[in-house]
Design a protein around this ligand. Structure first.
Ligand code: MF3
Ligand code: CO
Length: 263
């Protein structure tokens, strides 16, 4: 039986250093986009800024043309920008950012053959207290997951930490999209659920030094059901309640954990 742990490609210390360089480019992109993410700017302008930033640093984007990279097909922009009720895969365009919005900016690049992937949800000006709690809890989920990581632990133990925190805060958990292994390709084994899974079950895997994964919890003020818009990409909550998304590329090391996309 195929298990989630099959075909995981562990990385050497040297390879992780090369991944860190790609991840640093992603951090530079997100830092600049966060600065620019103010009322009046369009999501398309933020995408242009991201493209200019990673290109200037010698990297190529992972999202444009995904998944097949045929001319005129696949994902049409360089980042995913998902506002309010949009969860992930929002296509940048003419949408104008307004005070009170929560804006997830997701960017992945390849540098020197290695990938990095990270997303942040930005609070624009004065945000409703509930939306702020949503974003802060999503950050806490990611940070508490990272803090728990050490070699030998099962992923199911980490997923349980995220699930418990979301439940305690009475937030909905998005279960239709998961994190992923990452390396030379953006999406590698294993799939990385950001919620509780059966310990020792098919989705579970053991954390070992050299494992590099993108962890990306998505939470919502509503029930957690999703819908893809007619553009074929933008994933929204069915009940149109706000959603938040936070993502880091993380390497498991002998010492514990190394967050490659840390600012
Ligand atoms: N960061 C996302 C992921 O991990 C976004 C990729 S979707 C794409 O899967 F279409 F834009 F590539
Ligand atoms: Co990702």
């Amino acid at each position: 039986m195929k298990q989630n742990r099959d075909s995981i490609i562990l990385k050497t210390a040297d390879q992780i250093e090369r991944m860190r360089r790609a991840c640093r480019v992603v951090v530079a992109v997100l830092d600049r986009c966060e600065q620019a993410c103010r009322p009046g700017v369009t999501t398309g302008e933020l995408d242009d800024l991201a493209h200019e930033t990673f290109t200037g640093l010698g990297a190529t984007g992972l999202f444009y043309g995904y998944p097949d990279y045929q001319p005129g097909r696949g994902y049409p922009r360089h980042t995913c920008i998902s506002v309010n009720e949009e969860i992930v895969h929002g296509i940048p365009g003419d949408r104008i950012i307004r005070e009170g919005d929560i804006v997830s900016i997701d960017c992945g690049v390849r540098l020197d053959g290695w990938c990095g992937d990270s997303a942040r949800t930005i609070l624009v000006g004065a945000v409703a207290p509930e939306a702020r709690r949503l974003v802060e809890t999503t950050t806490r989920c990611l940070e508490e997951a990272i803090a728990a990581i050490r070699p030998g632990l099962r992923w199911s133990d980490v997923g349980l930490i995220m699930e418990r925190l979301a439940v305690r805060e009475r937030l909905g958990i998005i279960r239709e999209y998961v994190g992923h292994g990452i390396g030379r390709a953006m999406h590698e084994a294993p799939k990385v659920p950001n919620y509780a899974i059966t310990p020792g079950g098919r989705e579970d895997f053991i954390l070992r030094p050299g494992l590099v994964i993108a962890i990306e919890p998505m939470l919502t003020l509503g029930r957690g059901q999703t819908l893809t818009l007619r553009d074929g990409w933008t994933v929204v909550t069915k009940d149109r309640k706000f959603a938040a998304h936070q993502e880091h590329t993380v390497a498991v090391s002998a010492a514990g954990v190394d967050v490659l996309t840390r600012s």
